[in-house]
Design a protein around this ligand. Structure first.
Ligand code: MN
Length: 433
């Protein structure tokens, strides 16, 4: 049996806006947080000691981090090399440089020949000797179309067609790797990708209609005893046989990850009977304190202070969002807010003036199970006297547009109309992944 420590998505050097300069070191406190959390992972690896460390990709926000950020990452892997624990560093999308092969930020480890460190920047099988025997690690870095396709092959194709072609190539290439595996050795697939069944925070499918995703059945092959993933920041287990696991990011990169537990995965690898355990890391808390004061007829300040005191914000990254009417602005005691928030690690205050002109949602749009776009438009026009003159033209034009589209795709459900804030989170997360 082999012991493996698997973590991913370190993103060292990101989220500086949520930190402050440490006056003693001159370094942003969020870099110190990330370094400390990565160090906690490496501590565990050395304390055991494990036989192998797997890093699932996305070391930095981009492929050209400043030297001190590079150094913060490298100094932790140096500890593994000193302890003679082999490690595989997989290349994620944030690690790739646009300028050709070998451009990934992590390739420097191979160039320097750091003992025991393997860089996974292509689909390849590495047989690694550990103190408890050999293990095969198939590395599958973030795929772009240039990895498996040539320009003439993709010319004139839609994005969907390119993705289908890319998947077909991946299927063949992966099959080629699988066929030459030694069936007597324990085997891990280490991949940085979006699986079609991956979810995050708001329990929505991440993958729907968003770029290149890989079907889960590509990964759940009996030849793999464990599938170590990277890319999605929210820890999740996609399959148990074999285990297919996203450990998630090790630190909160921004507020969209406020509610997620961060950690790494400890794996006991054995042919056909792998066990794993998610191990939470103690990381800095993020809290959004939000209150609507605009409906209050009394002094809004006590409600605002109660909102702050309800949450344990000591040493947390905090954002206070309050909604108020323009007439209430003078009733807010800004000095008291700053005093109450001072125990936070960092904080931002976002007052949000509620416009007197904004209309409440039309009740007609909030009821029923699915509403036809024409009905929705009719309800809108009925509530806009200024559109009376052109209402017939609008409806006629809408009917023509709808006639040109497949009606199955354009029914608006009340759910869609209420999910705008989640959609914002969704966009934020996709940008980070
Ligand atoms: Mn990624």
């Amino acid at each position: 049996m082999l012991q493996i420590l698997h973590f991913s998505d370190v993103h060292m050097g990101s989220g500086f806006a949520h930190g402050k300069i440490n006056p003693e070191t001159g370094i942003n406190t969020r870099l110190e947080d990330f370094r400390q959390t990565l160090s906690a992972c490496i501590d565990r690896a050395i304390a055991e000691p494990v036989d192998l460390v797997l890093f699932g990709g996305d070391a930095f926000p981009d492929a050209t981090p400043p030297p001190y950020v590079h150094e913060a990452f490298a100094s932790q892997f140096r500890r593994l090399a000193d302890a003679e624990i082999p490690a595989v560093l997989l290349v994620g999308n944030h690690d790739q440089h646009t300028q050709g092969a070998g451009g990934a930020s992590l390739c420097i480890y191979r160039t320097l020949g750091v003992p025991g460190i393997v860089v996974g920047d292509r689909l390849q099988t590495h047989t690694i000797q550990t103190r408890n025997g050999a293990v095969q690690v198939v590395t599958l870095p973030w795929l772009t179309r240039s990895n498996l396709l040539t320009r003439p092959e993709t010319e004139g194709l839609s994005l969907g067609e390119v993705n289908r072609l890319l998947l077909e190539r991946l299927r063949v290439a992966l099959e080629g790797e699988i066929r030459q595996l030694d069936p007597t050795l324990p085997t891990v697939l280490l991949a940085h990708l979006m699986v079609d069944t991956a979810r995050f925070g708001a329990e929505r499918f991440l993958a729907v209609g968003k770029g290149f995703t890989v079907p889960l059945e590509f990964l759940t092959r009996p030849c793999f005893d464990y599938v170590a993933l990277g890319h999605v920041h929210c820890h999740q287990v996609l399959s148990h046989n074999p285990p297919v696991v996203y450990p998630g990011s090790i630190e909160r990169v921004d507020f969209s990850e406020a509610k997620e537990t961060k950690g790494y995965v400890f794996v006991n690898l054995a042919k056909g009977k792998t066990h794993f355990e998610f191990c939470p890391l103690s990381v800095r808390a993020f809290h959004t304190l939000e209150v609507d004061l605009s409906t209050l007829q009394t002094d809004p300040q006590p409600r605002l202070m109660t909102t702050i005191h309800q949450q344990d914000i000591q040493d947390a990254v905090v954002r206070l969002v309050y909604h108020l009417r323009p007439q209430q602005v003078d009733q807010i005691d800004g000095v008291a807010l700053h005093q109450a928030l001072a125990i936070a690690h960092t904080y931002t205050i976002q007052p949000n003036l509620v416009s007197q002109l904004s209309r409440p949602r039309l009740p007609e749009l909030g009821t029923g199970v699915g509403i036809h776009p024409l009905e929705a438009l009719q309800a809108y026009i009925d509530n806009r006297e200024d559109l009376d003159d052109i209402s017939t033209d609008i409806l006629t034009a809408a009917q023509q547009l709808i006639a040109e589209t497949d009606p199955a795709h354009i029914t608006i459900s009340p759910k869609d109309l209420t999910e705008i804030p989640i959609a914002e989170v969704y966009e934020t997360q996709l940008r980070l992944l």
